[in-house]
Design a protein around this ligand. Structure first.
Ligand SMILES: Cc1cc2nc3c(=O)[nH]c(=O)nc-3n(C[C@H](O)[C@H](O)[C@H](O)COP(=O)(O)OP(=O)(O)OC[C@H]3O[C@@H](n4cnc5c(N)ncnc54)[C@H](O)[C@@H]3O)c2cc1C
Length: 322
């Protein structure tokens, strides 16, 4: 590693000033799990590291407009284990649980992961399917970017050199919705995905028609990919296995993987179709489970009332006999 200066700014303003004075010689550091490896491999050689870890109130996970707002410094493990996330958007907790190992999840931050923009990462497909956005700041002000248009290429994003992520917003799922994330890991449990698929589906009130569908894939292109043709095909269609099979074929046309040690491009393309279909099936199962487990107090109360009336009648009859 080349020698570097290490700064620990205490406010957003100080970060803006550091970025301005050091320009592209500086690198922000959050969890350090990706950056330190890249520095060791001399892929990047910053002369100044600007740590975000002393910034106050940057790791909160809170409810906002019935969605969830996550500070950029929240770790993967904090999202995975947050009771608010688990209760309101379980797909998010489930996705972060799939990242690497506990050691990595304890350090890696949500903002650092997104800025790193590795197309093999797990969170982007789920966040895109969920319609998430990131809030970024610079000395010029703030802007909100839908995650879907955030990634531009391998390890590239729309972030300008003086901008950084401060928070992520994930909207609440509409009524009648559920999602699923599947990671195909044929090698080791802590590996990056060979293919990953995420979806969020919304059914009509009779649970027979796809009202809305969002599908996104990871590890099959230079960025996470949204499979819009597959979504269009399902929207308005009855929930049937044939529809899912046809959508899987459309997913295969949307992806553009490379051949590497995790599999050939054609194998990954096939797996993208398979895992997208399975993710859709899992999301449908989740909706059905929700319907079955939903408590129905009115019926319970009426059953109770009926039981009481029968018991009362029986005791009156018994008294009369006596
Ligand atoms: C062994 C190992 C296995 C892994 N396996 C997986 C896996 O299976 N799935 C998966 O999804 N990921 C995996 N990861 C990747 C991991 O998700 C990333 O390393 C992590 O998300 C980066 O987060 P960080 O906070 O450590 O970022 P850092 O390393 O601190 O920073 C990464 C990049 O983002 C920039 N940055 C940091 N914070 C911000 C910010 N707020 N705004 C703008 N730019 C910022 C930095 O300048 C740097 O360029 C693995 C990592 C390791 C080390």
């Amino acid at each position: 590693m080349v020698p570097f200066e290490y700064q620990t700014p205490k406010s957003l303003k100080e970060v803006h000033q550091s970025l301005k004075s050091h320009g592209t010689d500086a690198k922000l550091i959050a969890g350090g799990t990706a950056l330190v490896i890249m520095m060791r491999q001399r892929l990047v050689r910053p002369t100044c590291l600007i740590s975000l870890r002393s910034l106050p109130r940057m790791n909160g996970i809170t409810q906002k407009d019935s969605g969830i707002q996550i500070g950029a410094l929240a770790t993967h493990q904090e999202v995975e284990t947050s009771s608010l996330v688990r209760r309101r958007i379980p797909l998010l907790a489930e996705t972060y649980h799939h990242v690497a190992t506990v050691r990595v999840r304890n350090m890696a931050t949500v903002g650092g992961g997104l800025a790193h923009a590795d197309p093999n990462q797990d969170p982007p497909p789920s966040l895109i399917a969920l319609g998430a956005s990131v809030k970024v700041t610079s000395a010029e002000g703030t802007r909100t970017i839908p995650l879907e248009s955030f990634f531009t290429d391998y390890y590239e994003t729309v972030l300008k050199p003086d901008e950084f992520i401060t928070e992520i917003f994930v909207p609440a799922l509409p009524v009648g919705s559920s999602g699923a994330f599947l990671k195909f890991l044929p090698r080791t449990a802590d590996d990056y995905a060979t293919v990953s698929a995420a979806c969020v589906i919304t059914l009509d009130k009779n649970k027979k028609i796809f009202k809305d569908v969002r599908i996104a894939l990871g590890s099959v292109g230079t960025t996470a990919i949204r499979a819009k043709e597959a979504e269009d095909l399902l929207r308005g269609q009855p929930v049937k296995p044939e529809a899912l099979r046809e959508a899987a074929e459309k997913v295969k046309l949307a992806v553009d993987p490379i051949s590497d040690f995790r599999g050939s491009a054609s194998y990954k393309t096939e797996m993208a179709g398979v895992f997208a279909r399975r993710a859709l099936e899992k999301a449908l199962q989740n909706i059905r489970k929700k319907t079955v487990s939903k408590p129905r107090p009115t019926k319970k109360r009426s059953v109770l009332k009926k039981t009481r009336t029968v018991a009362k009648k029986k005791s009156t009859q018994a008294k009369r006999k006596r």
